[in-house]
Every structure is written in C-alpha cells, then in structure tokens.
Design a binder for this molecule. Structure first.
Ligand SMILES: [Mg+2]
Length: 271
C-alpha cells in the first residue's frame, strides 16, 4: 500500500495536481496509472541493478569521492569515473531489482498503457542497457509514446531516445523529457514517474508543473535495503581483481578481503 509521505506540491491550476509518494513495491504503479497517463520508468535501482556491488549507484558516488580526494577537479573526476563506469556496465550482468516487475510491465503493455524508460545514463550505454533490459524480459519499445529513435541537444549535452528509453546524459530528466515530447508533437496531460531518487522525481515534477501537466511521483523504496549494504572494501576488491573476462562476485570478493585481513584460517593452521 502506498503511504503518502510527502506532498511536494499541491498546485491548483483548475484541477492540476502534483505529488510524490513512497512506493515499497513496483506493483504500486498499477492503481496510480490510467490509460491516458504517460508512465516513466527509471532504470538503475528501479528496474535493473548489477549483480555485484561494483558499478552500482552507491559505488558511483563512492568512486567519485575517491577521485576528488586524490586531487582531481570535479570535471576530470567525473570524466575518469564515467570511463570506468561505462566499462564496468558493459561487462556486468544486470538483474531485475524486484521479482515480478517484468510481468507487471508486460501486462500493462498488453492492456495498452503508454510506458517508456527515463534514465540519466549517457548515450554510450544506450545499446548495452537496452540489451540488459531485454535479457530481463523488459521491452520498452512495445507501447512507448514515440516509435522512432530521436536525438536532441540540451545544454550542449547529447540526449538520445532509443528503443523507448530516454538517455539524458546527466541533464535534467524533466527538461529532457518534455523537450523530447514537444519536438515530436506528443502532448500529455498526466505523467507518472517511478524512481528510487527523490531528486529526479522533483526534476520531472517541476517541468510538468511548468507546463500544466498533472504529475505523480513514486519514490521507489524497494532497493533501499540492498543499497544500504554497499561495502566500499568489497567494491575496491572487485575493481582491482576483475578483468575483461569476468567481474569478481560479492562472495568471491569477501573471501579475498578476509584472506587479506587474515580472517581465514588456512587448512592445517590449527594443527
Ligand atoms: Mg535510479
């Protein structure tokens, strides 16, 4: 059941409303959707997550701090981080965040709901992410609002819409979304966005309000517990020990870490 935790804004332009709610399960999009709603799905930590800690959202933030602490300026730190992130993501096996999400999306597509992906990922990951979604039985081309690929420039960043997913390259999800829709003559009066990050919901909410579009945001909490388990030491081991053939798993990394700390008694040590 959805619990209202925060009403960001209740705007009254005729009957226009905008609100953000907490959602503990993906299925909570169902009672909040109508056939005239444009349903937006975040990808990282909402649909997919890497099998290992290396390359997850928490690692991204941790690794950026590492680069900054070594004296890189913000621009160079981000550039180095993105190079690492893209390589890791191309090598990673991604898994679905919450079992059953693929079935819910597929059933809603069968019923004619308009659904697309919306991510801050860059163009570099467009094909990789699409394939990783397909590998998890999620095809966002089926009822996307625009059937063709489309490229646009936003604040000198390339933004790509491909296979029913908008890759905003770190630019505001809200402005990128509405630029895409407006440039393709798609006009909506209600938008639902499910995302684990409240800040990204707010970006789309602000852009929707500006255009008089009703907005409902679901702050997806299902992956919060898993995110809280992020262990920088495990991720560092994985970064050091993985290669282009395979990424070291969490359990393998824990074993390596324990050996490094001398916590594992080798066979015969006690004799
Ligand atoms: Mg996310």
């Amino acid at each position: 059941m959805i619990r209202n935790i925060l009403i960001i804004c209740a705007v009254t332009f005729s009957s226009l409303t905008a609100e953000i709610k907490q959602a503990h399960s993906f299925k909570e999009i169902i009672p909040n959707s109508t056939l005239s709603t444009l349903i937006l799905l975040d990808i990282d930590d909402t649909l997919l997550i890497p099998k290992q800690m290396l390359g997850c959202d928490e690692w991204f933030m941790y690794r950026n701090k590492q680069h900054l602490s070594k004296g890189l300026n913000a621009h160079d730190a981000l550039k180095k981080l993105l190079d690492e992130f893209w390589a890791i993501r191309h090598l990673s096996v991604m898994e679905i965040v919450e079992p059953g999400t693929d079935s819910i999306i597929s059933k809603m597509q069968d019923e004619g709901f308009t659904i697309m992906g919306l991510t801050t990922q860059g163009l570099t990951l467009a094909t990789c992410t699409w394939q990783q979604l397909l590998a998890n039985n999620i095809d966002l081309t089926r009822t996307a609002p625009i059937p063709h690929d489309y490229f646009l420039n936003l604040n000198e960043h390339g933004v790509l819409y491909r296979h029913g997913i908008l890759f905003t390259s770190g630019t505001s999800k809200g402005e990128a979304l509405f630029q895409l829709l407006e440039q393709n003559d798609v006009f909506v009066d209600r938008v639902l966005f499910i995302n684990d990050k409240a800040s990204h919901l707010k970006e789309v909410e602000d852009a929707a309000i500006k255009r008089g579009v009703e907005f409902i945001g679901l702050r997806y909490a299902y992956s919060d517990a898993r995110k809280a388990l992020f262990d920088p030491e495990i991720a560092d081991i994985q970064f050091t020990w993985s290669n282009f053939g395979r990424i070291v798993s969490d359990s393998e990394a824990k074993d390596i870490l324990n050996r490094q700390k001398g916590l594992v008694t080798c066979y015969g040590d006690s004799q």
